[in-house]
Design a protein around this ligand. Structure first.
Ligand code: GLN
Length: 260
């Protein structure tokens, strides 16, 4: 377990961020989400304590925010059993409204089940009522720039690359609706899933550096988890992030698959 506490001197509040398997689940620079979170916390004068937890290590007693990135089937196979053993704690944290961000392969394993293209069934932690099935090897993957809309967050931009098709169960709420891109399965227009404050998504990018309202939503939820519901943050402009968002949105509009 590696800990990195970045606490600006002016910080009176600190969030505890657990990053799961950063050494294994990190495709398309999902680690950038942690860096963006630390940078945004600095700008908002919020302390950000990052606790990395990998294979065979225990979860800390508490967390205000949990992040897990994507990985291919090979990496998912490596972490699935370890993650299942942590499942009860993660589900309990979600019930206590700890925010989470699970990306792509991490999202699939936060669902009920992921069936790989080899037909192997990897049980997930069941935090989201979703099931993912990958078609046989050689079938087209869902790849490209994405533009989507999430309630309470607004326009989202990102990049997806997944073989697995995710289907929402009756208790699942989609995180967003895709305008450009494949989203969960290329058919129903849904993207990701949301349960209480936990978000699952296919969007890499890295996602957070280009989607500041989502970053702020996670930080606010993490602060409220720790300090109570009357906590607020004063938004600070981040022109660089706004420009990154605008140019990714333009690319997705020009090149992204139009969702049927
Ligand atoms: N192995 C998964 C798939 O291809 C996840 C890929 C990823 O995390 N980018 O469906």
């Amino acid at each position: 377990m590696i800990e990195d506490a970045a606490v600006p001197e002016s910080a009176t509040r600190t969030i505890r961020v657990v990053v799961l398997y950063p050494d294994v689940m990190n495709v398309y620079a999902d680690r950038g989400n942690v860096i963006a979170l630390q940078a945004r916390c600095r700008a908002l004068a919020v302390g950000c304590e990052v606790i990395e937890v990998t294979l065979g290590e225990s979860l800390p007693v508490e967390a205000d925010l949990v992040l897990i990135g994507g990985g291919q089937d090979r990496e998912q196979r490596r972490v699935a059993a370890d993650l299942e053993a942590k499942g009860a704690t993660l589900r309990a944290w979600a019930e206590q409204d700890a925010p989470m961000l699970a990306v792509c392969g991490g999202f699939q394993l936060f669902g009920r089940l992921y069936r790989t293209s080899a037909g192997e069934e990897l049980p997930g932690v069941g935090l989201f009522d979703v099931t993912t099935v990958a078609p046989a090897p050689g079938a087209p993957r869902c790849v490209g720039d994405v533009l989507a809309f999430a309630e309470g967050v607004g326009e989202l931009v990102g990049f997806e690359n997944h073989g697995g098709r995710t289907y929402l169960g009756p208790r699942a709420q989609p995180f967003a609706r895709v305008e450009h891109g494949f989203g969960n399965n290329g058919i129903d227009g849904t993207e990701g899933a949301v349960y209480r404050q936990a978000i699952g998504t296919y969007l890499h990018g890295s996602l957070l550096p280009k989607n500041l309202p989502l970053t702020d939503r996670l930080i606010l939820a993490a602060l409220r988890h720790r300090y109570g519901s009357d906590v607020h943050i004063e938004p600070v402009d981040e022109p660089y992030a706004a420009r990154a968002h605008a140019s990714a949105a333009q690319v997705a509009r020009q090149r992204g698959r139009v969702t049927p």
